[in-house]
Design a protein around this ligand. Structure first.
Ligand SMILES: C[S@@+](CC[C@H](N)C(=O)[O-])C[C@H]1O[C@@H](n2cnc3c(N)ncnc32)[C@H](O)[C@@H]1O
Length: 338
């Protein structure tokens, strides 16, 4: 049996990633030590793990006792039946931590609930997402309820994303869009990522597409610090130029073969800058939320108002995810001609 050796803090995310791609030997046991988790992988998994820098060895495994995490969580807790029923069946993994949503009626039991989820899911920390993101920097309302730290590293499509989940948002629903950015052919291109965050789109663009340089602009100093860490972590120093500040002040008019505008609910107010940055023949990836009934007219209106009379064409328009009833997150790929 081939076993991938994974550092404990990356284990939860690696397992999720490998399962998603059918690369785990499912009836074998995942074993743990203090520092390392041994994950049984098939041939495709072995190749993938080696490609992202993990070591794979030959070793022994045992049959797995199949008990769902939710069952383990219930067994670990001593709560009245009506409260047991409120325990969440879903969670999101971010590296070595899990994020859950918790009914207010469970607030007084948060610490023991956190401990039970940590043990059952094999993570070191558990956070509660109280819902929503706030302000210009899109800060989440997330609290640490178990463990030492809310900072971890997520492995997704071979990219490592490090951040603090209590301070910054990570839209797991944008996973396909992050993957799509990494699949583009950007050989020799100059790219400007106007809302870089921790490197959501910058990192796959710099790592996989052949881009010459990605200018990654981020206004929030906390996100910017993680952007710098992630550039080093993913070995793309020299391919990314991180810029701390407001993208509206970028002095890069007309240089970009590609502009990425990965913001929501107000990106239209920055669209004029996207047009200013893009070179003739370039592309803008424009993200925005729209009422589904108003599409595509509302997009046409925004483009007309911001294009400064330049000629352009919406090459593709995709719905990334549903955002609220009748409101969706869209991304438009806009080719700018002159
Ligand atoms: C949170 S990200 C959006 C989510 C991301 N697309 C994903 O896949 O999860 C948006 C980032 O834009 C940054 N931002 C907002 N206004 C900005 C501006 N005027 N200039 C530069 N960065 C800005 C925010 O601080 C934030 O980090």
């Amino acid at each position: 049996m081939r076993l991938a050796l994974v550092p404990r803090e990356l284990a939860a995310e690696t397992v999720a990633d490998l399962l998603h791609h059918n690369m785990i030997v499912r009836n074998a046991k995942i074993s743990r030590s203090e520092e390392i988790v041994l994950i049984p992988v098939n041939e495709a998994g072995e190749k993938y793990c080696i490609s992202i820098g993990l070591k794979v060895i030959e070793g022994e495994t045992h049959g797995r006792k199949d008990e769902s995490p939710h069952r383990l969580i219930q067994k670990a807790l001593d709560l009245p039946e009506e409260k047991m029923r409120l325990l969440p069946h879903k969670w999101e993994l971010f590296g070595d931590l899990a994020i859950i949503r918790l009914d207010e009626r469970l607030r007084e039991h948060e610490e023991e609930i956190g401990r039970a989820y940590a043990k059952a899911l094999g993570v070191s920390s558990v956070c509660v997402d109280r819902g929503g993101v706030k302000g210009e920097f899109r800060q989440p309302t997330v609290d640490l309820i178990y463990g030492e730290t809310s900072e971890s590293v997520r492995l997704e499509n071979g990219i490592l994303y490090k951040m603090d989940v209590c301070k910054l948002m990570f839209a797991s629903g944008n996973v396909d869009e992050r993957a799509r950015m990494g699949e583009l052919d950007c050989k020799g291109e100059i790219i400007v990522d106007m809302f870089a965050g921790i490197g959501y789109f910058t990192l796959p663009l710099a790592k996989y597409t052949g881009a010459e340089m990605v200018y990654a602009c981020e206004k929030n100093p906390v996100a910017f610090k993680y952007l710098q860490d992630n550039i080093r972590l993913n070995d793309v120093t020299g391919k990314v130029c991180p810029v701390l500040g407001d993208n509206r002040s970028l002095p890069l008019a007309g240089i970009a073969d590609r502009v990425v505008m990965g913001y929501l609910k107000g990106t239209r107010d920055f669209l004029w800058k996207g047009f200013e940055l893009v070179a003739p023949g370039g592309v803008i990836h424009f993200h925005e939320t729209y009422n589904v009934k108003e599409m595509p007219h509302a997009l046409t209106r925004d483009l007309t108002l911001s294009s400064g009379g330049r000629e352009y064409k919406v090459e593709t328009l995709r719905e990334v995810k549903s955002f609220a009833p009748s409101v969706s997150h869209y991304v438009a790929d806009i080719k700018v001609y002159d």
